[in-house]
Each structure stands twice: as structure tokens, then as C-alpha cells.
Design a protein around this ligand. Structure first.
Ligand code: F3S
Length: 379
């Protein structure tokens, strides 16, 4: 991999140990993935923010990096934390977890990272434009940025996104190259996809079964549905998709691709795979990825009969405070149903309409999950 004089100087430690470590990591990744050189980035978004997912080892790593005095070179935001830092006591979460969570957020802040704690930076406070190179972790945000905004990013890990933020560059390979961003197969959808649940189920099925870049044909998703689709696709090996007639790059090529057909059977199969509960639901959890204000209002209008927690970004707080929501709807900021220690407060089973939430809440957090459309769960 070609390095400029400045990049070599960083690698030799001339800017300090923290930057040296960041550059060493990026060069190693670039070499493994066949990058030819670095490309400058406009922003970064890091995952690995919840104490539930990174633990004490993660805290030590972040603190050590922060103690080297490093600062991010580009605007950098964070994924959700493990708690709503303003309401964790009211919800009964353990104090020790909150203290550990504070240490993590403080370490990021010391490095110049904006602790925004949301997985929808693309509609809140970190909005890249078409053609911009960025270094984002968080798979749903990667899919959204590549597919809908036309920004260019590989799916970074939390650590590689942070290293890129400190250096201001990433190795150029994969989705940073135009030639790798074209569709590799076409999906003909033969089932009418009505709401985010349907898009989530079909996205999950394809994400598990296929690799590459799908071109969807026969669907007309809005932004909320594409948010759900991207998140579900990214539970597997898909970091970018096109929708014929909708996403910006989808009509660039008339090339013929391998075609696969998706319908009711695949939708049903995804639903069955992701249901691990016997129907009992302690709490309905909506907001994977984080809800927009409109989604929160939509949930409230359904007048859920069960306790319903809606996870969203703190950037939506002002707008939501002016809206009267149904008594069973509890809005929670900064965190989500997957990275929050729900079992610590006695929650064992949740209902979700997101395939990504179903997949990880079950596999990472050990929760029983009902995966179903929202209007089925709220009655
Ligand atoms: Fe966001 Fe948590 Fe889902 S970080 S994409 S709500 S798993």
C-alpha cells in the first residue's frame, strides 16, 4: 500500500503514540484488503459504545487511547450507548452499569468524538452527501449512506472507524471504489411489501442467503422502509443495495444480472427463523434503527395495549416533547433494545418489528423475541 510522506511519519510515531497506533491498524487492514493507498474522509461514525458490548476491556482500550492526547481530525459521531443517560434511574437500571457507561462516553468525548448516541446519524447530525468518502461503523448506517445518500464507506469496525477518525483517512478499497458499487444480482419481489416489517423480513432473508449488492425490482419503499431494509440486509453480508427507480445509482446500468425471486414463502421463512418466543411479550420495543419523529407518532396512534418502548435519537427530543403520546408509549433516547441491559431489569421477552433487533436481541442479549408487524403486536 502506497504511503505519502505524512502518512509514513505518522506510522513512524512522529505525531505521537496514539496516532501511530491508529495508522498501524489502518495500514494492516489496508494490506489485508488489497488497498492501493489512503483516501481522505469527511466524517466517521463509531460503534462499540455500550458497556454491554465492549465491557471492561473496551473501556481500558478507549481510556488508553484518550490518555495519549489524540483528537479526531473529522466530525465523528457515536452509535447508541447502553442507557438513556437521563432516565436510567427511573427505569431501574443498575448504577454500576451507568458509571461504566459514563466512563466510555467521557473517553470518546476526550478524543473529540461527539457522543450523539444514535444509529441514524444520516438523518440527525452527520449527513454525508453523494460521492463523499466516510468511515462508518454501524451496519444500518453504512447501508443507508452508501445506498440512499451515495456516500462511500466500507463497513468499519468500531475501532477501525475511530482510527480513521484520528488519521482523517481510510484505506481505499471495496465500496470506496466506484467499480465495486454496482449491483451484482437482481431481486424480483413478488409479494406486496406493506410496511417496515415486510421490508425487514425480506432484507433479513437476502442478507442471510446472499452476498454482494442487490438491485430490488418491483418495490416502492419510502425512507423509513429503506432504513428497515438496509438494517436487515446488513445482518448478513450486504452493505449496499439499489432500488430500481428510487436510489440514486440504480439506473446507471442496463446490465443483466442473476435474478432471484422473493415472495410470501421467503417472508414467512424469515419470520419463523426470527421468532424465538412462545408469544409472551414483556415489552414491545420499536426503533431498530432508531425511530424518526414520524415513526414515534405512528406507534402512538396505534394506541398500544401493551407497554411499548420506542427508541430514538436525542436529536428528536425537542420535537417529541411538544407531542402528546399515548400513555403506554415510553420514549427512550440514546440507547436501544439490543445494547441496553434489559435482562438486568427483569425483561426476558420482547416484541419487535425489526429483523435486526430480533436477530441480535436473541443472539447477543439472550432475550426471547417475537418478530411481528407492529399492528399485530399492539392489539
Ligand atoms: Fe440501532 Fe440498536 Fe438496531 S444500534 S440499528 S437500534 S441494534
Amino acid at each position: 500500500m502506497f504511503l505519502s510522506k505524512e502518512e509514513e511519519a505518522i506510522l513512524n510515531g512522529e505525531m505521537g503514540e496514539g496516532y501511530r497506533k491508529a495508522m498501524e491498524l489502518l495500514v494492516a487492514l489496508g494490506d489485508i484488503r488489497g488497498a492501493d493507498c489512503f483516501v481522505e474522509i469527511k466524517s466517521a461514525h463509531v460503534s462499540g459504545v455500550s458497556y454491554l458490548t465492549i465491557g471492561d476491556a473496551g473501556i481500558e482500550l478507549l481510556k488508553e487511547w484518550a490518555s495519549n492526547g489524540v483528537q479526531t481530525r473529522v466530525p465523528t459521531t457515536t452509535n447508541p450507548a447502553g442507557l438513556d443517560m437521563e432516565s436510567w434511574q427511573k427505569l431501574g437500571f443498575p448504577k454500576r452499569f451507568a458509571e461504566k457507561q459514563r466512563e466510555i462516553l467521557d473517553a470518546y468525548a476526550r478524543m473529540g468524538v461527539k457522543t450523539s448516541c444514535t444509529c441514524i446519524p444520516y438523518i440527525t447530525n452527520n449527513m454525508p452527501t453523494s460521492g463523499e468518502h466516510i468511515a462508518w461503523a454501524e451496519s444500518n448506517a453504512v447501508a443507508y449512506a452508501n445506498s440512499i445518500l451515495g456516500a462511500m464507506t466500507n463497513r468499519e469496525s468500531g475501532i477501525s472507524a475511530l482510527a480513521a477518525a484520528l488519521v482523517g483517512k481510510v484505506p481505499r478499497h471495496g465500496l470506496h471504489l466506484e467499480k465495486n458499487r454496482r449491483p451484482t444480482f437482481e431481486v424480483i419481489v413478488e409479494h406486496e411489501l406493506k410496511d417496515p416489517f415486510d421490508y425487514s423480513a425480506i432484507g433479513y432473508y437476502i442478507g442471510q442467503e446472499m452476498e454482494g449488492i442487490p438491485l430490488f425490482n418491483g418495490v416502492r419503499p419510502g425512507l423509513v422502509e429503506m432504513k428497515a431494509l438496509g438494517a436487515a440486509l446488513a445482518t448478513g453480508g450486504v452493505s449496499m443495495f439499489h432500488v430500481k427507480g428510487i436510489t440514486p445509482a440504480a439506473n446507471l446500468s442496463d446490465a443483466k444480472y442473476e435474478r432471484i425471486h422473493m415472495g410470501t414463502t421467503e417472508l414467512q421463512e424469515a419470520r419463523e427463523q426470527l421468532n424465538t418466543a412462545d408469544g409472551a411479550v414483556d415489552v414491545i420495543c420499536i426503533g431498530c434503527p432508531h425511530c424518526t419523529v414520524e415513526e414515534v407518532v405512528r406507534v402512538s396512534k396505534l394506541k398500544p395495549r401493551k407497554q411499548t418502548w420506542v427508541f430514538t435519537s436525542r436529536y428528536n427530543k425537542k420535537a417529541l416533547e411538544g407531542i402528546r403520546l399515548h400513555e403506554n408509549v415510553n420514549v427512550i433516547y440514546d440507547t436501544c433494545m439490543v445494547v441496553s441491559p434489559l435482562r438486568d431489569i427483569g425483561i426476558k421477552s420482547i416484541g419487535v418489528n425489526s429483523a435486526k433487533a430480533a436477530f441480535y436481541a436473541s443472539s447477543l442479549s439472550g432475550l426471547d423475541v417475537t418478530f411481528a408487524p407492529l399492528d399485530e403486536m399492539v392489539i
